[in-house]
Write a protein that binds this ligand. Structure first.
Ligand code: HEM
Ligand SMILES: CCCCC[C@@H](/C=C/C=C\CCCCCCCC(=O)O)OO
Length: 467
């Protein structure tokens, strides 16, 4: 953010990093096992910008000193590439071994200024756009197969099974991009993909396990790729055998086929599958827990009225303002990826709502998004889940303050920024899935999350088919 109100710099950024190594270890333990890690420091320093150590940190990970940003005014500096570099900050202050990605630095780790960034981002956007007329029918077919499995399962005595395991996501993604459903014969499985994904982000993930297990195994030193190499080889074999059309899209962008293959795998298995298996359960859980008015009745009536006798397509979605607003409210109150980083590339003045600070080149900035998208200066009753929040004129205007895709919801991903190229795709397929669900079911109820980690499985305790 430019220093657009010329606020005077009155003090240094508050906060301290503690003793070498020990300070980082104590902050890491507090982040994972303490409470109100950010809120208590914000209140103690009287500032939404302050110095703190983020996980994982020394001795076996790089320096993890950051300046935390917790408000809507300072956080967007992370989108300003004249001020910060996004090179090698995708997972935070450390970078997983390129062993996990075939020896390549895949797109999310590249700074916007690196030549390959534009080539690979254009390739990623081509993968999405070249399949534009297949995403919806393939998603609906995958969902229909999912419903059949749920209905069969519901007749069984056990009440197990998540309403939204990643089976639907894995099926529609591989069927569309690779023309082959990876779930057939368990060629690829949700577990296998998670086994490959988890070690890459384990150092920053709170898997909900006791400290005595998590600290030594997950948070102290990198997990060597060799442990999950067999899983990755299975994924590589499947993408190699079925990915010719998808890899060929990289040729016009001057990308070597092998590098394209490993980026393709990352886009589909980490970026998309990983992101959707966080977002979709969260959407259903928030709707299940909502009890101010009969939201599910209003949603199913809105969906069925908008679809009428026609088909469920992007046009029909236009007649579902409540459903769209509900999806945006989930993306606001529970952004699927909480952490975004950026390294200052020049000295500059950073503003919060109330004061200004001097930032020095080289310092690592860290935005904790869940507090930013609950900033009371911007959102009324920010802690409340309000499905109608983004409806109407006023609601649409608020979208510029929704940052889940590492940019404003009103922004556009491009080769000139680091905003998620999947931004519009994610909102479209999530609205389609949710609408499709209400064409088949009247209502549902979810129990509490049974496992945590990168995505959650919520037991479905009630599922009423369409009358
Ligand atoms: C719910 C699903 C998703 C979520 C929550 C999500 C979130 C994000 C976030 C927060 C970033 C910025 C990371 C950073 O700070 O550098 C990002 C970047 C990225 N995402 Fe996504 N994303 C999702 C889906 C997708 C999809 C569908 C694709 C592609 C098919 C994708 C591909 C990428 C790529 C390639 C980048 C790096 C962008 C660049 O280098 O300019 N993501 N995503
Ligand atoms: C398994 C993760 C799936 C998300 C994929 C998505 C965006 C990824 C962005 C950064 C990767 C780091 C994810 C850390 C998740 C846990 C901690 C947090 O929440 O801070 O790709 O576009």
């Amino acid at each position: 953010m430019s220093n657009d109100r010329n606020l005077e710099v009155k003090r240094e950024v508050p906060g301290e990093y503690g003793a070498p190594i020990l300070g980082a270890v104590l902050d890491r333990l507090d982040r994972f096992y303490g409470k109100n890690f950010f809120e208590k420091r914000r209140d103690e320093y009287g500032s939404t910008v302050f110095r703190v150590n983020m996980p994982p940190g020394p001795p076996f990970f790089p320096d993890s000193k950051v300046i935390a940003l917790l408000d809507q005014k300072s956080f967007p500096v992370l989108f300003d590439l004249t001020k910060v570099s996004k090179k090698d900050v995708f997972t935070g202050t450390y970078v997983p071994s390129t062993g996990f990605t075939g020896g390549y630095r895949v797109l999310p780790y590249l700074g916007q200024e690196e030549p390959k960034h534009a080539q690979l981002k254009s390739y990623c956007m081509d993968i999405l756009s070249s399949n534009h007329d297949r995403w919806i029918p393939e998603l609906r077919a995958a969902a229909a197969a999912g419903y059949a499995e749920w209905d069969a399962e519901r007749n069984k005595p056990k009440k197990s099974g998540g309403l939204l395991g990643g089976i639907i996501a894995l099926r529609f993604l591989t069927k569309t991009v690779l023309d082959k459903d990876a779930t057939e014969g368990n060629a690829l499985t949700e577990t296998g993909i998670k086994l490959w994904t988890a070690p890459q982000i384990a150092p920053v993930l709170n898997a909900g396990l006791p400290a005595v297990i998590q600290e030594p195994l997950l948070h102290t030193a990198p997990i060597p790729f060799i442990i999950v190499a067999p899983e990755y080889q299975k994924i590589v074999r499947f993408f190699k055998a079925n990915g010719e059309r998808a890899v060929s899209l990289a040729v016009p962008h001057g990308i070597d086929p092998d590098e394209a293959l490993h980026n393709l795998i990352f886009f589909i298995c980490f970026n998309t599958f990983g992101g959707l298996t966080i977002l979709w359960p969260a959407l259903f859980k928030h709707v299940s827990d909502f009890n101010e008015f009969d939201l599910q009745a209003e949603l199913r009536e809105e969906v069925r009225r908008a679809v009428g006798g026609g088909g469920l397509d992007a046009a029909a979605l236009g007649g579902m303002p409540l459903l769209q607003s509900t999806v945006y409210e989930v993306l606001r109150i529970e952004p699927p990826v909480q952490s975004q980083y950026g390294r200052a590339k020049v000295d500059f003045v950073l503003e919060t709502h109330v004061e200004a600070f001097k930032i020095k080149a080289g310092e690592m900035l860290y935005g904790y998004q869940p507090l930013v998208t609950r900033d009371p200066v911007v959102f009324e009753e920010p802690e409340k889940f309000k499905p109608r929040r983004f409806m109407g004129e006023e609601g649409q205007r608020l979208l510029e303050h929704v940052f889940w895709s590492n940019g404003p919801e009103t922004g556009s991903p491009s080769v000139d920024n680091k905003q998620c190229p999947g931004k519009n795709f994610v909102v479209l397929v999530t609205r389609i899935l949710f609408a499709d669900f209400f064409l088949h079911y009247d209502s549902f109820k979810l129990g509490d999350v049974s496992i945590s980690g990168t995505s959650s499985v919520y037991p479905c305790t009630e599922l009423k088919k369409r009358a």
